[in-house]
Design a protein around this ligand. Sequence first.
Ligand code: 13P
Length: 257
Amino acid sequence: MRIPIMAGNWKMYKTIAEAMAFAEAVKEPLASVDGVEKVICASFVSLAPLAEAFRGTSLKLGSQNIYWEEQGAFTGEVSPLMLKDICDMVIIGHSERRQYFGETDETVNKKIKAALAHGLVSIVCVGESLEQNQAGETEQFVGKQVRAALDGITAEQMGSIVIAYEPIWAIGTGLAATADDANRIIGQVVRAAVKDLYGSDVAEQTRILYGGSVNTRNVEELMQQPDIDGGLVGGASLKPDDYIMLAKVAAGVKGAA
Ligand code: 13P
C-alpha cells in the first residue's frame, strides 16, 4: 500500500511569524492523524525555525526549490547541503518555476539528482498548460516531462521520488481537474511512464499526487481515486483548519481503502 501524502506548498506566502503561528495551530490537531505523510513546503527563510517547531512531531518539512551544486559562487541559490539537515523533501520543477524562473527538464533532472545525493525526497512537478490541454497534447507532453525528469534515475532511487501532476490551468484558478481526469492522467500517463521505465513493482510503489485547486470541498472525491496518492496544495494549505481537514481526509479515505 502506498502511504498518501498531503503536501502544502505555501509558495511565496507567510512571514516567519506567520509560519510559526501555523505550526502552533496544527501541531496538536495533527498529532493523532496517522496514515498520511503531512508535509509543509515553506519559503527558505522559514525552514530553520519550522524545523525546530516540527521537531518531535509527525510533520515533515520541504523546501520549494534547490540548486544542484553543493556550494560555490551561485549568488542567491540554496544548496542541498544546506537543506538536508532541516528538510525531508523538496519540490522540484513547479510550473511557476518553469514559467517564471527558466527551469527546464534538464535543470529539473539535475536538481532531482542533487536531492537524491543528499537524502532528500523530491516532489517532482509535471503538468500541461491550457493550450496544450485544449490541443489534446496532455498525454504526450506530461509523459515526456516525466521521462525527462527521470533520465538517469535508477529503480532503487525511485523510492525517494514523488511525482505531482499539476495541470497549469488548474493551479490557483479554483478550477480543479475532475477527479476522473486527474486519476486518468496520473494512472494512464504518469504511472504508465514509470512502469515503462522501471516495471510494475516500482510503478505500484511510486506515489503520485494531484495538485491544482485542491480544497476542502473537492479533496474527498480526489482522494477516492485509486491512482491519486495525495495532494500538493497551494492556497488551501495556508489556513491551518483547511490543511488539517485535507490531511484528515487523505488519511481517512486512503486508510480505509
Ligand atoms: P493551488 O492549490 O493554490 O491551486 O496551488 C496548487 C499548486 O501549485 C501546488 O503546488
